[in-house]
Design a protein around this ligand. Sequence first.
Ligand SMILES: *Cc1c(COP(=O)(O)O)cnc(C)c1O
Length: 390
Amino acid sequence: MHANKRIYLSAPHMSGREQHYIAEAFQSNWIAPLGPLVNTFEEKVADFAGVKAAAALSSGTAAIHLALRLLGVAKGDTVFCSSFTFVASANPILYEQAEPVFIDSERETWNMSPAALERALVEAKRAEKLPKAVIVVNLYGQSAKMDEIISLCDAYGIPVIEDAAESLGTTYKGKQSGTFGRFGIYSFNGNKIITTSGGGMLISDDEAAIEKARFLASQARDPAIHYQHSEVGHNYRLSNILAGVGISQMEVLGDRVKARRAVFDRYEKALGDVDGVSFLPELCESVSNRWLTAITLDNGVSPHDVINCLAEENIEARPLWKPLHTQPLFASSLYYPHQENESVCEDLFSRGICLPSGSNMTEDEQGRVINLLIKLFQKNEVNTWTTSIQ
Ligand SMILES: *Cc1c(COP(=O)(O)O)cnc(C)c1O
């Protein structure tokens, strides 16, 4: 046992009402991947996002997979995807034996670069191999430049899937993140801003498509009394018990966004003036949920030094997502950097860290993190100063 209490990167934060809904599931005996709480959870998320329909699923990954299936992505098709993201954004492309093409980030949002996307579209058009879909990711709560991205994709007639797994509760130009493409997806994994322990949601204004998603998510069972199937299905629906957890978590989403933003603000106040420390920017037309506070260093300290220093004190921090085009799994995939000679996500990855950002982290706990970081950065300043006068 460590003397210091563990501080996690992003711990689950229950509202206290979960047990009430779980009890309701037990009382009604809807212990199944369907039921009244699933329906209510879907309505609550659709209302919150301001979309016509939502399908509750077993994970965010399942939601991306179903979005690809609904768009008819099949073997040999191309799908464009942000490179700077968690592998779950792109794995479903491989499930359908399609080919991912990765698009770099720009520096204002760390998300998909419209310049790189445009180059990729121009070349794909010339090669007569336009993508079947574009998956745009909103990292760490920050919305991508959706206007630019959607208008580019519209110009080529390519549908957009918005991976808002990390940006539930974020707004862009006053509209909820996840609602800009043909489909949006949310995740309720244990580390996300709200959680059902595991779960996801597919949202859209296309009610028929969402109905089809529910069908595909329940083994694609045709409407016949005997079990009849004409296409491949999945077992992707969300449990009615977990939907109860989700309903209760939706009730506190606004508070969770406020708390995460307060965590970010305290880090920025304490470290914003430190030389060589920069924070993930926020677009002026967007209000981020600040899921994780992410910083980049330009002071000679490596992300690994920071992670190890915090780990010694029982504090969890992590590097930024390793760009997918640099993953062994995607070694043969095409990649479009922001500019011909500038790969933004590789640069950010080499210098970036996610700091503990849980909405239930106390100010004292955050103070422990801040003090360690200040000490580490000061020590390094002295080192560079002594080496520079030698
Ligand atoms: C968490 C996450 C997912 C996947 O969600 P799961 O519910 O864990 O399957 C997808 N994309 C991004 C960017 C994520 O952070």
